[in-house]
Design a protein around this ligand. Structure first.
Ligand code: ADP
Ligand code: MG
Length: 699
């Protein structure tokens, strides 16, 4: 088949602005646009008109079904397909789709986690069309992006609070801009998420129950070659991977997803895909779709795409970088240093808002990326530490320092910096210095939050980030709106914020032990190492107050979310533990036993032939392996007990602590012995493919 050119292909499966403008009447289009841009209420007649056009468009493209597509709290996306067909009196069918069906759906909510939000007798929730994200066609199905709520109005998904957080930030940022004499239609946050993943051979994958059940290897001795040489990163992309990437790009482009760069990552078999940034809720939808399509396309190419944060111990894990900024409707980036001192004063105020937000709500940012999988990366010298801090680079740090101290910025400039007057220097827009060890880095005109795990939904961290920045901006607007002299107050405000939140700024090496000491002991920053440590902070009064004040979450939603996230953590580790038990009992121990038997038989036979043979190798291997099987048996029994004990807790916080303190260490212990046995056992007896085979299986 001839390859379609990209501009023709791009967005062909999306009911985007081009399609809307060409298909909808001018009146319907402008009314819908108002809803999209300004959150205006949607007219029912408009919905009917849009639905009819959507249906025609989708049917022309071969769609037979429609679905309300949404993001439940489990992290994947959900869809329930209904076909368009309606019987017609003549015995045939017609394709129907009404405004009502577009606006509202009623999936059975009982199978989605709600953390006690829904009483069991009230199993229904509803999905509501999110007109700010375009509908699209996937697998002959018209997918309508929706929010998912319970009948009581509590949100059961990730999109609703995300949209609310964007509204909160929009509200406060507009107040600030008004003070600078700017009346803008809206302020939106934009995100460009860089997605890491592994590709391994499907046949190898299927031979490993740990990968199949949990997405990561629970056992496996180190291969002789890991990522030491870094040759993978610089190396050319392997042909099979190239074919996968081309195919993936086509699929993503058809869905209007701006897949832009792709390259190998540091670990063998690891790769990255980065899209061009877009508005946060669209970026979130796109990233969910990207993850789904990556897995589907990989299968088509005989591979499996692993999105787990740590598929292989001892090998770099996968993360996701959340590049974040704020922009007005005319495209002005509020985190871009300006050309004039006045613009720079505005820039510094928004910068201050982020600095304060990250310091005040470190805990929320940390817990927004907390999962059992991501706990393996953070603080393990391959990803940022669990401690949240901000990297600003030398220049910006210097400017803030001079504002704080009142001393001139750089020796050559004599004048003391005062905001809003002409002595504020122009800063260079290009900050090239990069610090890969920082969890939250300023990169010229945006912040890059790097603590996300590869499988995280980007909704979670952006909800917290938007809300926290909205809170800083609210405090500033409250103060500045009443100020006698705007310029003086602005200067004092920024100076105060920098002084108060200086502790969160750190340009040094985030991987070092000294930093952990300094951060926790001297600066009093939080070091929340695991999900069990982090998640309960969601229910801290200061956090609940802020999130409720900005109407991002209700009290019940916060309680249910804390519970669901901890439940996910416990369930994930529980499955891992049980998988280990099964692999050990059914496969590893019997395999080692067989090998021991063969060694013993060899030794017996050799000695029968000659009493001169020592059988040093056979005997020492046999002795150590036999010892190891005893240890393994003890360890697996320990783990079984720990897993069984979990049933005794009726409180999710206690359960998660037991997972952290008891189950995970026992899993680690068990693994150590099995991995040692792997090195002593002949490959032909070993029941599962080795790390080497898994990591170097795709060529
Ligand atoms: P890197 O050197 O990390 O690859 P890039 O400049 O290429 O940095 O950007 C990485 C990601 O940041 C891309 O997805 C890009 O679209 C996104 N990005 C760029 N500008 C913005 C912005 N203003 N807001 C949000 N994301 C942005
Ligand atoms: Mg990056």
């Amino acid at each position: 088949m001839e390859k379609q050119n990209v501009t023709e292909l791009f967005g062909t499966m999306v009911f985007d602005d081009r399609v809307m403008r060409s298909r909808l009447s001018a009146e319907v289009y402008s009314s819908l646009k108002k809803t999209m841009d300004e959150n205006a209420k949607l007219d029912e007649s408009v919905a009917d008109a849009v639905a009819a056009q959507m249906r025609d468009w989708a049917v022309e493209k071969g769609a037979t079904h429609f679905t309300h597509w949404f993001q439940p709290l489990t992290g994947v996306t959900a869809e329930k397909h209904d076909s368009f067909i309606t019987p017609s009196p003549d015995g045939g069918v017609i394709m129907e789709f009404s405004g009502k069906e577009l606006i509202k759906g009623e999936p059975d909510a009982s199978s989605f986690p709600s953390g006690g939000l829904r009483a069991t007798f009230e199993a229904r929730g509803y999905t509501a069309w999110d007109p700010t994200s375009y509908a699209f066609i996937k697998d002959h199905t018209l997918c309508i992006p929706t929010a998912f709520c319970s009948y009581a109005g509590d949100s059961l998904d990730k999109k609703t609070p995300l949209l609310r957080s964007m509204q909160a930030l929009d509200r406060q940022a507009k107040r600030i801009l008004k003070l600078f004499g700017k009346d803008v239609k809206y302020v939106r946050t934009s995100v460009g998420p860089e997605q890491e993943y592994f590709l391994i051979d499907k046949e190898m994958f299927e031979k490993r129950p740990d990968l199949v059940y949990t997405g990561r290897t629970l056992f496996g001795a180190m291969p002789p070659k890991g990522q030491e040489l870094d040759d993978h990163y610089f190396g050319v992309i392997k042909p099979r991977v190239t074919e996968f990437m081309e195919d993936l790009n086509d699929e993503l482009w058809k869905l209007g997803i701006l897949a832009k760069t792709e390259h190998n990552e540091v670990a063998p078999a690891q790769h990255e895909l980065a899209p061009i940034f877009s508005t946060t809720n669209i970026a979130t939808d796109s990233n969910q779709l990207t993850m789904e399509i990556m897995q589907k396309v990989a299968r088509r190419h005989g591979m499996v795409c692993l999105l787990h944060e740590k598929p292989f111990a001892g090998v770099n894990g996968s993360g996701k970088h959340n590049n974040w900024s704020m922009a007005t409707d005319d495209g002005t980036n509020l985190l871009s240093p300006g050309d004039t001192p006045y613009e720079n004063a505005q820039f510094l105020l928004f910068l201050a808002a982020v600095i304060q937000a990250v310091d005040d709500y470190q805990d929320l940012l940390r817990l927004s990326v907390a999962t059992a999988g991501n706990d393996h990366r953070l603080g393990a010298n391959e990803a940022p530490p669990a401690i949240i801090s901000i990297f600003l680079g030398d220049e910006l740090s210097g400017i803030l320092e001079s504002i704080k101290t009142g001393k001139p910025y750089k020796d050559k400039e004599k004048e003391v910096m005062k905001l809003g007057v002409h002595s504020l220097p122009r800063f260079s827009k290009d900050t090239t210095d990069r610090n890969r060890t920082s969890p939250f880095a300023f990169t010229g005109n945006k912040f890059e939050f790097r603590s996300l795990g590869s499988s995280n939904s980007i909704a979670c961290c952006n909800i917290m980030l938007n809300a926290a920045v909205a809170e800083s901006l609210k405090q500033y607007a409250d103060r500045l709106e009443g100020a006698k002299s705007f310029e003086d107050e602005l200067h004092n405000l920024i100076k105060e914020v920098i002084t108060k939140h200086e502790r969160i700024l750190f340009n040094g090496n985030g991987y070092s032990d000294e930093w952990v000491k300094e951060a926790t002991e001297k600066r009093g920053l939080l070091n929340l190492k695991t999900t069990a440590d982090a998640m309960p902070y969601l229910l801290d009064k200061k956090n609940m107050d802020m999130l409720m004040e900005h109407k991002v979450f209700s009290e019940t939603e916060l309680h249910s979310r804390c519970e669901i996230m901890l439940e996910n953590y416990c369930k994930t580790v529980n499955i891992e533990g049980n998988t280990m038990v099964e692999m050990v009992r059914k496969n590893y121990l019997p395999a080692i036993e067989k090998y021991l038997y063969s060694l013993a038989e060899t030794i017996g036979k050799m000695k029968a032939v000659s009493d001169k043979v020592k059988c040093n190798y056979e005997i020492s291997t046999m002795e150590r392996l036999s010892e190891l099987t005893d240890y393994i048996l003890e360890r697996v029994k320990d783990l079984e007990v720990a897993l069984d004990d979990l049933k005794d807790y009726d409180d999710i916080i206690r359960t998660s602590e037991a997972i952290r303190d008891d189950v995970l260490p026992k899993m680690e212990h068990l693994r150590k012995h099995v991995d040692e046995a792997e090195m002593l056992t002949s490959e032909e007896y070993w029941p599962f493919p080795s790390y080497g085979k898994l990591l170097f299986s795709v060529y």
